[in-house]
Write a new protein. Structure first.
Length: 337
C-alpha cells in the first residue's frame, strides 16, 4: 500500500504541473487587460504603470512561474500593502499574484471564501450521504416495496428538478409567502450567541435542502444498484447458509463491497464541494467560491480564474487517489503490491 501511494503521488506531480501549464496557457491567451475596468480618464502612462506592477508585461514563462509560485510560498503583506490594500513587488523583488478586480492577493481572497462554501456545501454534502446510503440500502433490500417505490420517485424528482428552479420555488414559498426563512444568505453574519446561531441555521436551511436533495437523489440510486448486484452473489448465500444474522450479512458483507462504486461517485463529487455550487450560490447570494468564479469570469479577472481552476483540478486528482486507497480498505481482494 505504501509503495502504491508513493507511486501515485510521484505520478500526480507531473500530471498537476502539466494541468497547471495548460490552464495558465489557455486563459492567458484570452484577450485581457488588467486595466480594462478602469475609467477612460485614467492616463495611458498610469495604465502602463499598473500593468508593470502586476507583472502583465513580463514574458509568458516568467508569469507562469510567478503564478505557480503562489501555491507554495506565502509572502506576508508589507506596510504599504497593508495600508493601501494594493499588492505590489517589494524591495526584495517578491511579487504576489493579485486579483485584477480587487487588487488583493488571489490566494487570500480564496481563503476568505472557503468557510462560506464549506458551511453550506459541506453540510449539504454530508447530509446527502447520510440520507442516500441508508435509503439506497433499504430500497435494495426491500425491492419493489412501498418504501422502494417512494424512494425511487423522490430520487427521480430530486435529480430531475434543476437546483435553480427548486431554489427559486423554495424562496417563493418559504420566504415570500410564509416568511419562515430569509431569501438570501448573509455572509457578514457572525455567530456570537444562541440567537445569532439560530439566525445562521435559518439562513442555511434552504440552500442546504436544495443541494442535499440533489446529492442524495443521485447517490441513493447508485447505492441501491450496487447493493442489488451483491445481494444474490455466492458469498452472500454462503454467509446466510452458515447462520450469520441477516443484519450482519447486509451491513458487513453486502454493504462493504457495495460501497466501492459509491465511493467513486463521492470522490468525484467532493471537489465540487470546494468548487461551490455556482447556480445555487447565485440564487441564495452565498458569497462562496462558486460566486467568486462567476464574478471573476464576468470581470475578466484572469489570475483568479486560473487559480480557482487549478485548485479544482488539484482536488480532483487528490480525491481520486483517496478513492483508490479506500478501495483496498473496503475490499480485501484488491491489492496494490
Amino acid at each position: 500500500m505504501a509503495r502504491f501511494i508513493i507511486r501515485r503521488v510521484l505520478l500526480a506531480i507531473p500530471t498537476l504541473i502539466f494541468i497547471s501549464f495548460i490552464i495558465f496557457a489557455i486563459l492567458d491567451l484570452a484577450p485581457n487587460d488588467p486595466t480594462g475596468s478602469l475609467p477612460l480618464t485614467v492616463p495611458p502612462e498610469v495604465r502602463e504603470q499598473i500593468r508593470e506592477s502586476l507583472g502583465f508585461n513580463d514574458p509568458f514563462v516568467i508569469r507562469y512561474f510567478k503564478w505557480l509560485r503562489q501555491f507554495f510560498i506565502f509572502e506576508p503583506l508589507n506596510a504599504l500593502e497593508s495600508a493601501t490594500g494594493i499588492v505590489i513587488g517589494d524591495s526584495a523583488g517578491r511579487t504576489r499574484i493579485v486579483s485584477w478586480q480587487t487588487r488583493g492577493p488571489v490566494v487570500d481572497i480564496i481563503i476568505e471564501r472557503v468557510p462560506q462554501t464549506l458551511w453550506v456545501l459541506g453540510t449539504s454534502f454530508i447530509l446527502g450521504i447520510l440520507i442516500a446510503v441508508p435509503v439506497g440500502v433499504i430500497s435494495a433490500y426491500k425491492q419493489y416495496s412501498l418504501f422502494d417505490q417512494i424512494g425511487t420517485f423522490v430520487s427521480m424528482v430530486g435529480y430531475s428538478i434543476p437546483t435553480f428552479f427548486l431554489g427559486l420555488l423554495m424562496i417563493i414559498v418559504f420566504s415570500v409567502q410564509l416568511g419562515w426563512f430569509p431569501s438570501f444568505y448573509d455572509t457578514t453574519h457572525k455567530v456570537t450567541d444562541w440567537p445569532s446561531f439560530v439566525v445562521q441555521v435559518r439562513q442555511m436551511i434552504m440552500p442546504i435542502a436544495v443541494l442535499a436533495l440533489f446529492n442524495a437523489s443521485s447517490l441513493s440510486r447508485f447505492t441501491r444498484s450496487a447493493v442489488l448486484d451483491n445481494l444474490n452473489l455466492d458469498y452472500v448465500r454462503t454467509a446466510r447458509s452458515k447462520g450469520v444474522r441477516e443484519n450482519i450479512v447486509l451491513l458487513i458483507h453486502v454493504l462493504r463491497n457495495s460501497l466501492i462504486p459509491v465511493v467513486t461517485l463521492i470522490a468525484i463529487q467532493i471537489p465540487g464541494v470546494f468548487a461551490g455550487a455556482v447556480i445555487t450560490e447565485q440564487i441564495f447570494r452565498v458569497n462562496g467560491l462558486g460566486q467568486l468564479l462567476i464574478t471573476s469570469i464576468q470581470g475578466a479577472d484572469i489570475p483568479t480564474v486560473q487559480t480557482l481552476t487549478f485548485i479544482f483540478a488539484f482536488l480532483i486528482v487528490m480525491f481520486n487517489l483517496v478513492a483508490d486507497i479506500v478501495y483496498g480498505v473496503l475490499d480485501p481482494r484488491i491489492r496494490y503490491d
